[in-house]
Design a protein around this ligand. Structure first.
Ligand SMILES: Nc1ncnc2c1ncn2[C@@H]1O[C@H](COP(=O)(O)OP(=O)(O)OP(=O)(O)O)[C@@H](O)[C@H]1O
Ligand SMILES: [Mg+2]
Length: 441
């Protein structure tokens, strides 16, 4: 603004000087054409009515005519030594701040004797008025500009701080463990990117939390199965009428299950240490018959207790590539369901068959069955058909979702067929491992 102010004033003064000079030049032209006393008088009269003044002198400096009384300020300029004045005139006094007049001079030659100078004056008070007016305009413009800037700065800083504040609130929530935050992404600049990163961090944390909770639920579900067997068999062993060999068998199962429990807890501890939120698997080639027979023997007393017959049908030349302890969890969960959802004097069958290089393991029961509308959902977490069924089977609806997860991470698939009041068949399918595979792999 200061630069502009100086420039405008400078050019305004120049303009004044130029117009002063042009006026002097036009007087010169008149004088050069018709130099006479009356012409001189006319020129003086003309300038009398304007805000400029004229003084015409001869070459010696005698005043021929003046439009106003020649005062000190004028005299000071008239007394100046002017060496060679160009025909188009020159500026004699341009400093409007300290002097009373700004002035120009133009020479004229009418004929040999009639030579002289036309001095033009303008009172600097007029110029100062003009400049004061200009200053007022500038001041107003400056105030307006400042106001506009302040308003812009206010809104800009608002626009900048608002997303920052909402991000700060979000991170505070995150640090307090509340991961379900929503950070609005308002722009596509660095702030928007930051908001987006905070949002994806929150989503990630939320997901991890959910996954961890789900995994903890699964783990406690899986810990409960061996505990149920341990408790059940301990109850049976306490019976007085039990013969010694049977008691030893039950005690062996209790021992085995305690070990399984121990292994599960070890794994759990390792997973916590490695920050893993899912079951890990380590596969090996397993002979299916002995694997299933082991489980069959273990759960047989529990089925016998409910007066349900449990059969095992499996050829002894079948091999599959699985993680035995994870797969045992799968079969135990399915058998647990068969036991829970079957009535007395029914038959449950564990059946393994081989067809075109695929091995199917089915758990077939003659239980209550699953209503067709529930079948698509039974593998969902926490889904239970049980709501309407008045049976004391208080589960969580976790078993089948764990089964599905465990089967799939081992590379298998699971399907279900069920008829209400007739029974249910769960079938797990795996690629067969031939004997050559097992010896080479
Ligand atoms: N063999 C079966 N016969 C009839 N219904 C079954 C059978 N297996 C599962 N279901 C139905 O599917 C639902 C889901 O089974 P899932 O094993 O996931 O849960 P749950 O057995 O109720 O509880 P949890 O296994 O967590 O103790 C059960 O509520 C049950 O109604
Ligand atoms: Mg279950």
């Amino acid at each position: 603004m200061i630069y502009l102010h100086n420039k405008v004033i400078h050019s305004r003064i120049n303009q004044e000087l130029e117009s002063l000079k042009a006026r002097g030049n036009s007087h010169r032209d008149v004088l050069e054409i018709t130099y006479s006393d009356s012409t001189l008088k006319h020129i003086g009269l003309m300038e009398y009515h304007t805000d400029t003044d004229v003084v015409i002198t001869n070459t010696r400096g005698d005043i021929l005519i003046s439009s106003a009384k020649v005062n000190g300020g004028m005299n000071k300029i008239l007394a100046k030594n002017i060496p060679q004045v160009p025909r188009k005139g020159m500026v004699l006094q341009s400093s409007w701040k300290d002097e009373r007049y700004i002035a120009t001079v133009t020479p004229f030659i009418s004929d040999k004797e009639k030579k002289g100078y036309v001095y033009m004056f303008k009172d600097t008070r007029d110029v100062e008025d003009l400049i004061a007016q200009l200053n007022r305009h500038f001041l107003f413009a400056t105030a307006l500009l400042l106001l506009f800037m302040l308003i812009t700065i206010y809104f800009l800083s608002k626009a900048l701080t608002r997303p920052l504040i909402s991000m700060k609130e979000a991170t505070t929530k995150l640090s307090k463990g509340n991961f379900s935050v929503a950070v609005p992404v308002r722009s596509h600049d660095e702030l928007g990117e930051l908001a987006q990163s905070i949002q994806s961090l929150a989503n990630e944390l939320n997901y991890l939390k959910k996954e961890r909770n789900e995994f903890l639920a699964s783990i406690s579900h899986e810990l409960r199965t061996p505990l149920t067997y341990i408790k059940g068999y301990a109850d049976i062993t306490r019976r007085k009428d039990l013969d010694a060999s049977e008691r030893t068998r039950y005690l062996e199962i209790i021992h085995d299950e305690s070990e399984r429990l121990n292994r599960l807890l070890d794994e759990l501890f390792n997973m916590a240490r490695m920050d893993v939120n899912t079951f890990t698997i380590s596969k090996e080639i397993v002979q299916l018959f002995s694997f299933l027979q082991n489980i069959h023997e273990k759960v047989l007393p529990a089925f016998a207790n409910e007066r349900i017959q449990l059969n095992l049908e499996c050829k002894d030349d079948l091999f599959i590539d699985i993680d035995p302890s994870r797969f045992e969890q799968v079969i135990l969960n399915l058998l647990d369901n068969a036991l829970k959802y079957s009535n007395e004097y029914t038959v449950t069958t564990i059946k393994a068959t081989e067809c075109n290089g695929w091995i199917s393991i089915s758990i077939i029961d003659q239980g209550v069955g699953i209503p067709p509308e529930d079948v698509p959902h039974i593998f969902d977490r926490l889904y239970r058909v049980e709501k309407s069924r008045a049976r004391d089977t208080g589960g969580f609806g976790l078993g089948l979702s764990i089964v599905k997860q465990l089967v799939e991470i081992q590379g298998g698939t699971i399907s279900v067929k069920s008829n209400l009041e007739q029974g249910t068949c769960f079938t797990i399918t795996f690629k067969e491992k031939t004997n050559e595979d097992s010896s080479s792999g």
